[in-house]
Design a protein around this ligand. Sequence first.
Ligand code: ATP
Length: 235
Amino acid sequence: MLSVENLSVSYGGLKALHQVSAKVGENQFVAVVGPNGAGKTTLFKAISGTVPIDSGRITFQGQDLADVPASRRALLGIAHVPEGRQVFKSLTVLENLEMGACSKDARDNWAHSLEQIYALFPRLFERRGQFAGTLSGGEQQMVAIGRGLAARPKLLMFDEPSMGLAPAIADAIFEKIETIYRENKISVLLVEQRVAEALENCDYGYVLQSGRAVLEGKHNVLISDPTVKRAYLGM
Ligand code: ATP
């Protein structure tokens, strides 16, 4: 479904990604882990089209995305739940969710999507008229995920969804992501600081370090890798 080949991205003189290659298959759950500054967010931004790339190729369902702007990538079925939530603070919960329904398919199915989002997050139904800027961190994360779902994506990318949340709230968010993956038959690409959970639940994972993909494999291979165990799983 998604293929990233030899991708390099830099910010001014700083090279954030060096020749990174990765793939996400149909209905596959792929995790990307790595230390702070490894380039995980940059990889997501390059896929969404919000940072320019130096070289390499990104294809989605066989289509080269080189000349496809971010807005069109969303219409093709790529949704990005960004790091730090990035909700529209002065819009209500409902208005934020509506912002996600950008394609014709998403608008045609808006009522159904809204029902699904509220079933997944009853709190958002209760708070539907509240300004998103006044929500708690966990509630804002629910809005960001709901907004992604409202797009009826084929590929849903989550960038550190548990960041800054209390452990119990993070657990709940993580369970919702698994439910979304199971129930929607979509592909999921996840960056997560909770490495153990991310690697246990993914089909396939990549380890990024200093802008390079240094390790990849099926979840059972990664969780038993001595470097991963030492660096990320505290073993
Ligand atoms: P974290 O886990 O801390 O979010 P990350 O793996 O997502 O980190 P990125 O945010 O992709 O890493 O950053 C990769 C590198 O690129 C870092 O060295 C960072 O300082 C740099 N970088 C990211 N965004 C910019 C920017 N807009 N301008 C300049 N440098 C940037």
